[in-house]
Design a protein around this ligand. Structure first.
Ligand SMILES: N[C@@H](CCC(=O)N[C@@H](CS)C(=O)NCC(=O)O)C(=O)O
Length: 79
């Protein structure tokens, strides 16, 4: 799994906290504070906002979608 991340971003923090609480390991890529300089985010997701989570072929571009997905897929009882 890969997270496009900005440390001070509160939405990214929600996702980092969720990943940590589920004990999931992931690659974290810190992006530019300038959305226009986030070509890697655009390439992956078709938009410039973070957080973006990539899990295999799946791409999520909003913290609520990401957190729902993580809970559904990796939450307790979903091993
Ligand atoms: N996914 C959130 C938004 C996430 C968000 O606002 N991220 C900020 C960083 S904290 C961002 O990437 N902003 C880029 C911009 O303002 O163009 C939502 O739809 O409510």
């Amino acid at each position: 799994m890969k997270l496009y991340n900005l440390e001070p971003c509160p939405y990214c923090r929600m996702v980092r906290d969720k990943l940590a609480s589920l004990g999931l390991s992931y690659e974290k890529e810190d992006v530019s504070t300038n959305p226009k300089e986030r070509s890697e985010v655009y390439k992956a997701s078709g938009q410039y906002f973070v957080p973006v989570l990539i899990d295999g072929d799946l791409v999520f571009d909003d913290e609520e979608k990401i957190i729902n997905y993580l809970d559904k897929t990796y939450g307790p009882g979903k091993e």
